[in-house]
Write a protein that binds this ligand. Structure first.
Ligand SMILES: [Zn+2]
Length: 286
């Protein structure tokens, strides 16, 4: 089973067709995945909708096909954010997406909404790394900024794009979160890494090699994704990335069982849709 953990509703939100998306995904062997709602700001597509409309769109769209998990893109600084979280949970949202563009994750208002999402047992996918939004914004998405999430009880979160170009920092942050369990065994926050490119092809082998061979217990926490759009899902591009990644996995000795986790099981675990018990191997200084 192959899932794409990172698909956007962008332009053409009024004319989305689930069967067309599923057909295009299947061309590259993908049978489901995460559908991220239309953005809350107009800067990505030239227009936006009210949050109620964006939420209704993504819920309706994901309901139209099997194995599609709706994610609501929320601005935690919006004064109605908590209300939006309630509405999204009531309507069956699978998780939330946040891009820290003009704020940092440790902003107290943002953190209180993040805590609220964690209390609802919903995961958050954060953009991380260079941000293509035409504004001065990227440094808010550096992995080090997300260290504060250590304090959020029960949160499951993913940093997208292996935080490219700050991939080393992203892997180090993952190690930090793992090691934190040795200090506080009761800690309930969990970090995932979404390997959606991000990484231009020339960097891919280096990044996957570092990600899997650094020695951290990572195989249950990596999620595959493409960043494709729901309207014109680019199956050739998705297939190309799958082939490239599999070629790298062959080279570095990542076998079928771990690939199964990267391509589907870990996404299900992210959404709390897997009963699999995971026992983490914790890194300690030797
Ligand atoms: Zn994206």
């Amino acid at each position: 089973m192959l899932y794409d953990g990172h698909i956007h509703i962008m332009s053409g939100a009024d004319e989305l067709d689930v069967s067309n998306l599923k057909m295009r995904m299947l061309k590259s062997g993908i049978e489901g995945g995460s559908i991220i709602s239309y953005p809350p700001v107009a800067s990505y597509t030239g227009k936006t909708f009210s949050w109620e409309e964006r939420l209704a769109q993504v819920i309706k769209f994901a309901e139209g096909g099997d194995n599609l998990f709706p994610m609501f893109w929320i601005n935690p600084l919006d004064y109605t954010a908590q209300f939006q979280v309630d509405a999204a949970c009531e309507q069956g949202i699978a998780g939330f997406k946040i891009i820290c563009d003009d704020f940092v994750v440790s902003d107290e208002h943002a953190l209180s909404v993040i805590r609220y999402i964690a209390s609802k047992k919903k995961p958050i996918l954060f953009h991380s790394g260079i941000l293509w939004d035409g504004k001065v914004s990227s440094k808010n998405s550096r992995p080090i900024e997300f260290e504060r999430l250590l304090e959020v009880e029960g949160l499951k979160f993913a940093l997208a794009h292996v935080s490219w170009p700050w991939c080393d920092e992203c892997i180090a942050m993952y190690g930090k979160f793992l090691n934190a369990y040795t200090h506080s065994p009761e800690l309930s926050v969990e970090m995932f890494i979404d390997i959606t490119p991000g990484t231009p092809p020339i960097y891919r082998e280096e990044v996957l090699k570092k990600l899997f061979l650094t020695g951290y217990d990572i195989e249950n926490n990596v999620i595959f994704g493409t960043d494709c759009f729901a309207k014109e899902y680019n199956s050739e591009w998705a297939a190309e990335w799958i082939e490239r990644d599999n070629g790298i996995y062959d080279k570095i000795g990542i076998g079928g069982e771990v690939r199964g986790k990267i391509y589907s099981e870990n996404l299900l675990r992210f959404y709390g849709k897997s009963d699999k018990e995971i026992k983490m191997r914790l890194p300690v200084p030797s």
